[in-house]
Write a protein that binds this ligand. Sequence first.
Ligand code: ADP
Ligand code: MG
Length: 701
Amino acid sequence: MNPNFLQTPIDYLKGVGPNRADLLKKELGIHTFQDLLNLYPNRYLDRTQYYKIGQLQQTNAEVQILGKITHIKTVEQKRGKRLVATFRDETGILELVWFRGHKWIRENLKLNTPYVVFGKTNWYNGSISMPHPEMELLADHEKSLRSAMQPVYPSTEKLGSSGITNKVINTLMQQVFTETKNTFAESLSQPILQALKLLPKNKALFNIHFPQSAELLARAQYRLKFEELFYIQLQLLRKNMLHKAKIKGYPFNVVGNFFTTFFEEHLPFSLTNAQKRVLKEIRADLGSNAQMNRLLQGDVGSGKTIVAFMAMLLALDNGFQACLMAPTEILSAQHYNGLLEYCDKLNIGIALLTGSSTASQRKEIHAQLNSGQLHILIGTHALLEDKVQFKNLGLAIIDEQHRFGVAQRSKLWHKNEFPPHILVMTATPIPRTLAMSVYGDLDISVIDELPPGRKEITTVHRYDANRLKVFRFLRDEIEKGRQVYIVYPLIQESEALDYKDLMDGYESIVRDFPQPTYQISIVHGQMKPADKDYEMDRFVRGETHIMVATTVIEVGVNVPNASVMVIESAERFGLSQLHQLRGRVGRGAEQSYCILMTSHKLSADAKTRLETMVRTSDGFEISEVDLKLRGPGDIMGTQQSGVLNLRIADIIKDSAILKIARSYALQTLQADAGLASPENQPIKNTFAQLVKFKNIWNYIS
Ligand code: ADP
Ligand code: MG
């Protein structure tokens, strides 16, 4: 069959007039035969059984009944009309009811003719009704392509009320198969089909729409999911390979004085194996001639900063400058202060640039950057300002990826002639296979090991009613010399309300922890940066016992003596936020605690989040639960919507298939990058078609 045949506009399919074509386009985005073929059922119903009306049970199961309509009437109601048809078999009577689309239905229903009806039943005052049944004349039912399972297609209210029922879609699908004679070009190579024992394309497509058995349906689904994920991976991997071939980077060939001296004389601990492995991966990238684009994933506290610093030293060893960008002033300052000590020892010029740097500070920084006197610049978004001109920026590191968009990343690129190497660090780890799919243009390193000697944080969930007990516990900990965080939610839409919550909370804490025995810091978004810094400083220096804060402390702050994290209204936080907050404690030698305070009113999702937090502190496990609760869309934001538009695969549930698909895509490209071999022709053709008809661009940003 000519592959372009599938691109025939849907208007030309028998049974689709201009009205239906319009609806299919608007409601389901179906423009061509191909689009219709790719409309995969949401679910399948077992329609091998017929029920008798007299034997119906009061359940919510969908049932299939054989009978005849004996009477049709329109019933006036307070809110509009409904259409009621009396439907009977030899054992009883049932009412079929429609609230919408009367005209079309009334004109088409046949009296005293055998029908098969299908749907859920409602029971009221001893009578049974079936709202909006699916129905089919028995004669047609017997003629139609027999399937063990009845597919249920995605639909919309508009489609339903315009008469484009599931049955109609099913008929159209039959029509496509008749017109194309079910001869679709194979889209995978024989070696792959054989290795994985996949159904051929024709058989898979047929069984996805007209399953001949449960087993064939399962195999059809597997094959089509594999195919979908395979082509996404092929596209991503190709992009990555092209990038490496095309985008040159400065090769950092030398491991020089800065790196070696630091490693041998100043590194305050020995690196974990995971840190060593990641550093090796980074060094390999930096030593190649291509630009590095790497994502470093590592749980809170896994020690990403030191890895970042050592990568910067490699840049310096090769005569280049480096920068480190963080999402908040507090975090930038913390990075700066942490690295300043090392830099002094190594005689490295380092500076901090944020929104609150003064004009004269900026002037000096700009000048020193330009002259090359300054080696390392740390800061916030301020680094992206046009006035910030490096002499030769070789490496840019971005901390906390999810707060910076791709656009900002590429802004760093345009700072000098060649793009600098880029290292993006995130403490919101996502499962590796998912990361490989969403951050397709990045290579990925993972620190999957915490530095030794970390104590497991004890996490508990407490209701507000137990607040007094919790406060007593806090007093005990403070008495032992520990410090405490108490965090309130801050959700932008209700900032004023949140602020009030925070202030009310603060007042009650001040009452329960009176001065001068207790000293309290407070930090929130409405304070001036200088005041925030002042309050933070007091806490960091141990002058205050309690830090009351909104989520501004979420990222990065490091106060090893703080051993208790109390999270107020914990049900309002997302899982990754809770995990980040908990990561603020457990940094010292003491046993640490995280106390999740909530009201008694908890949604099912909130309960799952709290239970997850209590059960585990593994960031990867937590992000997997988070993905299941929220779907990947909310987690990655809008920037990588690609993987969300999958037709049949589910990026989370089908991660095992994703892994296999990726490894086959990789093998294919490694063996035959141009897809030139005869056996890869089906792949080459399919890929070209996907690109030509933009079917694949949906997936990739
Ligand atoms: P994160 O990955 O969350 O950014 P950091 O880089 O802030 O973590 O490291 C957390 C803490 O662990 C810091 O105090 C750091 O000095 C310490 N640390 C990092 N690596 C090691 C190591 N290999 N051994 C001991 N402590 C380490
Ligand atoms: Mg960090």
